[in-house]
Structure formats: C-alpha cells, structure tokens
Ligand binder design. Structure first.
Ligand code: SF4
Ligand code: SF4
Length: 385
C-alpha cells in the first residue's frame, strides 16, 4: 500500500515535470543513446540498476527511466572552487562513456566553468542570468573547498574579482537543492589538510542552506547522477547521515561488501605489495586499506561501468569519502595500527558487522595477531605482524 502511494506520488511529480518545456529542444535521450550505440534494453538495465542503488523496488524501474528522460527539465549550475577539477573530469573524460556520463551530457547544465565556451565578462554574465532566470528552480552543484574568513581572497573568481565564498553564497541563496560534489566541497579536502594555509572549508560551513554532501576523491559517477535522479524523483532531500551524506550511497562501509572480506575474516593478509598473498587476492588491510573505516558504495557499485574498483585492482581504499581523510587516514599504505580511529558510528565503526572486528579495528595490532593465531590454529596460512 505504502509502495503504491509512493509510486503514485512519484508519477504525479514526473507528470508535472513533463509539462515543463525541455531545455534542449534539439536533443532527446533516445537520440543520444542511439548516437552512442546504446540500446533501449541496455538503458532499461541501467535504470533497473539505479533503482536498486536507490533502494527502490524493481517495479519503480520505469519511473527511473522516465526520470532520466526528464533530466533536461531541471537547470543545473555547477561552480568550481579550490580543487583539481577531478570530480568533473572523472565523470566526463571516460573513453567509453556509460549511461551515467550521457545523463550528465543530457542534463541542462546552465553554467559549468570547465565545459562552457564563454570566459571572463561573458561567463560572469551567464552565471548572473542563470541565477536570475531560474531563481528557486536550479540545482546547484559545487566542486572544491572554499577559503573562508580572513583567507577569502585566496580564491577569487571572474573579472570582478569576486571571492569564491561570495560566489558560492550568491548561487546558494536561490538554489532549489545544493550538492557539494567531492570531498573538497563536502569537507575541505586536500586544501584543508594540515596546516590548511587557506583556511579551506566545506560548503556547508559557509552557508546556512541545507547541503547534501557527495564526497569522494572523486565521487563515483553513479553517486553524482544518482543524486540528480533522486531529486528528480522525489523533489526532496534524501535521508542523510551525520555528515550529510545520502544514506543510500554512504550507508555501508567499503569493508561490508568487499570481495576480500572473507580473507579478512580468515586472517589472510597481504604483507607487502607483490607478495604471494597479493597474487592470491588476500585482504589489503595490512598494506593500508581503510575500507573498515570508510562509508561509501565503491565495493558494491564499482567504477567505469561496474568493471573494477581500487581494492579489486590491488590497492587498499584510502578512505577518500571521510572527513579529514588526508590527515586522519595516512600514511595510505600503512594500517592505522593501534591508533584509535573514531568513525561516524563510534570507534572502529564495527559494533554490528563483525564481532571479531570490534577488537580488530579499535586495537588493530592485537586484533590482527588474534586473527593470525586463529588462522594458524586452523592450519590456514600464517601472517606475521
Ligand atoms: S580491509 Fe579492505 S581489502 Fe580487506 S576486506 Fe576490508 S575493505 Fe576489503
Ligand atoms: S575505494 Fe575508498 S578511496 Fe577508493 S574511491 Fe572508494 S572510498 Fe574512495
């Protein structure tokens, strides 16, 4: 019954969006898919995957497909602050664009400094026009940390020499929804690493408006597009965790669904890169994997059209979607060892998932030794601490 009501509610919202004029009259999603050689069948498979990713019942797949088709109805303003542009680049520069990248091509990007042809006065004018024309209706996506306070001037944008902070604040005022894309915009990122000379901050620290954080260095294309689709479907904020990350994407740890998890539980660890354990796909914890402390969906959704992800490729997770990861998670190729690391859900974040891991992750040296002892006792390969 609840499901039916929700289905109806979303259908009504999509029906309203459909009445709005498409912003790209010369392009439809069907044409775009056709041009790229993507069949309708593959598009529906993708829609089914996105539906599952947002934890919706599979019967909602047609609604998801419709939401993608209507993604050109909502204007998007994308600002760059202090960052490397890696979040945009990772989404746009794939040599075999998946449907997620195509959706990004299809949405109505009214302003994006990396992609637009305009520069200088013209660019500034375009931004002002977009904000005025779509007041209260546009989605604002901000990439990059923002120098704040006395350090505002470390980032100036455009011919008026507006500070990044002023720029972001002005665009935030009239936005319908605000997304901080990437770890820099969510939490300050590498700019905010000690000693943070520019006093870089996440977007939520400089505006009073609600900000949905989509961290990652970079965030996966699925998490960026998934947030846009969620907004199109519901028109409201998703359920968020204490760091304002959508729970549908950041609700579980990397460790929870990692394909090497069985190795972890069996005490089978890579001791150094290139050893026998590495060849056999052992757990990467002892060469620095921060998956047990990191909330993100990489182990489930993967990257590059679901082909692979860092742990599959043989390197541990470096914890890129957590606040202050540059300071808190380093050195990246060493375990946190016996340092206590407090995550969102407490020390080690492991209260429910694995009882052995509770000890292991809050006092790793002791835990790993225990695992090794258990493994040795069972006759499994022994790992030295
Ligand atoms: S520690 Fe890393 S490699 Fe090992 S199971 Fe957890 S996430 Fe996977
Ligand atoms: S595996 Fe870890 S470091 Fe890599 S993208 Fe995911 S959260 Fe970031």
């Amino acid at each position: 019954m609840e499901q039916e009501k929700l289905y109806q509610k979303i259908s009504t919202r999509l029906g309203e969006l459909k009445k709005l004029a498409p912003m790209k009259e010369d392009m439809s999603i069907a044409q775009l898919l056709d041009e790229k050689g993507i069949s309708r069948r593959d598009f529906m498979k993708w829609a089914a995957g996105m539906t599952a990713m947002l934890s919706l019942p599979s019967s909602f797949t047609p609604l998801m497909a419709q939401a993608a088709e209507l993604s050109d109805r909502l204007p998007v303003v994308w600002l760059h602050m202090a960052e490397c542009t890696g979040c945009s680049e990772s989404l746009l520069r794939t040599d075999a664009p998946g449907i997620d990248s195509l959706i990004f091509d299809y949405i109505s990007l009214e302003y994006h400094e990396t992609l637009m042809a305009a520069a200088g006065w013209q660019a500034e004018h375009n931004l002002e026009q977009a904000i005025e024309k779509y007041k209260g209706k546009y989605i604002l996506m901000v990439e990059g940390g923002i120098p704040a306070g006395d350090s505002d001037f470390y980032l100036t944008v455009g011919p008026h020499g507006t500070t990044g902070r002023e720029h972001a604040l002005k665009a935030s005022e009239s936005a319908a929804a605000i997304f901080a894309i990437g770890t820099c915009s969510s939490f300050g990122g590498v700019q905010a690493a000690y000693p943070n000379p520019t006093n870089a901050q996440g977007l939520s620290k400089i505006t009073n408006k609600p900000v949905i954080n989509v961290p990652g260095c970079p965030p996966s294309e699925k998490n960026i597009v998934g947030n846009i689709l969620h907004y199109i479907l519901f028109g409201t904020l998703p359920a968020l965790d204490a760091y304002s990350r959508p729970k549908w994407a950041y609700g579980l740890r990397i460790h929870d669904l990692c394909e090497r998890r069985g190795r972890f539980d069996a005490g089978e660890f890579v001791q150094e890169f290139g050893d026998e354990g590495a060849k056999k796909g052992y757990c990467l914890y002892k060469v620095g994997c921060k998956g047990p402390y990191t909330f993100n969906n990489c182990s489930r959704e993967r990257f590059n059209q679901h082909t692979s992800w860092p742990v599959q490729a043989g390197h541990g997770c470096i914890g890129c979607s957590e606040p202050d990861f540059w300071d808190a998670m380093g050195p990246f190729e060493e375990p946190l060892g016996d340092r206590l690391y407090s995550t969102l859900y407490g020390l080690g974040a492991d209260a429910t998932a694995d009882k052995v891991g509770v000890a292991l992750l809050s006092a790793t040296a002791v835990g790993i030794a225990a695992h090794a002892a258990i493994a040795a006792f069972k006759g499994a390969p022994k790992d030295e601490e």
